[in-house]
Design a protein around this ligand. Structure first.
Ligand SMILES: Cc1cc2nc3c(=O)[nH]c(=O)nc-3n(C[C@H](O)[C@H](O)[C@H](O)COP(=O)(O)O)c2cc1C
Length: 188
């Protein structure tokens, strides 16, 4: 499958990006084509107009939209900020044309440096996915105590966490592949 991983933290010295790097590597190793869409690299300004009506789209936005459009499935990776996901993620998604995530499975991953892992960010991301007509994966990956679990290069350093990751990824790939197979038989 063609999978986009959207890394939603734009903060200097961010740590949640480590999880996005890990997922990029792990999904690619499983034979998928993975695009890591890093919102810190895109630096989209606050949305003034949606992309398809924008007279002068911000740099990189058309490519970002194209990569989302081409994807079979997506993973959102965000830290929890004040009980939700990042404003950068909402901003990027709001730019896109209705339907870019429609009938695509989107798995949500939230991350915190504290122990809780960001359940509220994850639940709010699931609502966002529903808002753009995506299939929100019921299972979520909550990464608490992040610096103790992943190093800066996105390597897992806590083997005990592998079971949670595998559970999330197995469910994500199962559902995403089922949706892709359905599209192959009956069309999008
Ligand atoms: C603006 C802001 C709000 C935060 N709110 C929460 C929160 O609601 N719950 C939580 O567990 N951690 C919260 N944190 C702590 C983050 O989990 C921690 O800073 C984490 O490193 C953020 O991810 P990042 O490094 O990728 O930006 C907050 C941090 C920031 C900067």
């Amino acid at each position: 499958m063609n999978i986009v991983v959207i890394s939603a933290s734009t903060r200097l010295n961010r740590v949640s990006h480590r999880v996005a790097l890990f997922l990029e590597k792990t999904l690619a190793a499983a034979g998928h084509e993975v695009q890591l869409l890093d919102l810190a690299e895109y630096q989209f300004p606050i949305m003034e107009e949606v992309l398809h009506r924008h007279p002068n789209p911000p740099e990189g936005l058309e490519r970002f939209a194209m990569l989302v459009r081409q994807a079979d499935a997506a993973v959102f990776v965000s830290p929890e900020y004040n009980g939700s996901y990042t404003a950068a993620l909402k901003n990027a998604v709001d730019y896109l044309k209705e339907g870019e995530f429609a009938r695509k499975v989107v798995g949500v991953v939230s991350a915190t440096t504290g122990p809780l892992g960001g359940m509220r960010a994850a639940m709010n991301m699931q609502e966002l996915v529903l808002g753009v007509s995506g299939f929100a994966l019921p299972q979520m990956l909550l990464v608490g105590n992040l610096p103790q679990r992943f190093d800066e290069a996105g390597n897992l350093i806590d083997p005990a966490f592998e079971k949670s990751i595998n559970n999330f990824l197995n469910n994500f790939l199962w559902l995403a592949e089922a949706v892709v197979a359905k599209k192959e038989t009956v069309g999008v």
